[in-house]
Design a protein around this ligand. Sequence first.
Ligand code: CP
Ligand code: NVA
Length: 312
Amino acid sequence: MNLKGRSFLTLKDYSQEEIEYLLNLAAKLKENKKKGILGQSLKGKNVALIFEKPSTRTRCAFTIGCIDEGGHPEYLGRDDIQLGHKESIEDTARVLGRMFDGIEFRGFAHESAEKLAKYSGVPVWNGLTDSYHPTQILADFLTLKEQFGKLEGLNLVYAGDGRNNMANSLIIGSAKMGINITILSPKTLWPDEQLIALCNEYASKSGGQVKLTDKVADVAGADVIYTDVWCSMGEEDLAAERIKLLSPYQVNEDMLAMTGKSDTIVLHCLPAVKGNEVTYQVFEKFAKVIFDQAENRMHTIKAIMVATLGEE
Ligand code: CP
Ligand code: NVA
């Protein structure tokens, strides 16, 4: 599989086979790292890490993933560079493309990631935008493979803000990989209809299903309940309204009991607001797998860089 030179902006651009390849590569890199074996595939490569929004996991995963493979990461925070305020994204992209071999971008408008990719001429990896968070999905799916040994046929319920970056990316990824995904959310927070139509096409090929519901009872049969914060970065002003809207969708013991299964797991992309989208008790009950998921950010992000930029 040759993914050299490709950007990673959303999972829409990657086939089921390509996603599978990235997950297998990540598993291999993880196994190697546990044995103390690191690579040199990014030797001589310089990677820019642009962060308009804060980050713990994504920043650390790109930094360590790059260094583990012999590359050099350079953190460029919101106030460190001219991007978007003193200089257009197009011009910054052309400058960075002359100096760096790859660019990670975390920020607000998804269009900024697209422009960086278009004008830099080097692979651009989306570390989260308002619309999508595709690197997170690879970590989530690696974790599911570790837990269940497969992706196809799993029943995943995402409870919470159904139109945020995580919901969008989970729907795309699940539909591509044959996972049955249910978005459990109040109707006012349901995902964009065009995205659902597109994902229904993916699902018809993979054998998965995409379902939208506002009824908590629809968690019945879930292998996985996934949740995320009720207010994404940049939406902090909406807190009171969201708490009112989303409280019935909190992941708690009552919701878990409604799955009718004893082996359902709970995942969270983190950071978590315990007491809102998930209770403290449920979070702690599933802490082991949730932190496996966080660790897997590093192995999967490393896989993306190695696959798109690395020298074998
Ligand atoms: N899950 C995730 O993207 O975490 P950070 O915001 O800490 O990068
Ligand atoms: N939806 C969250 C995801 C954080 C990883 C946000 O955008 O803040």
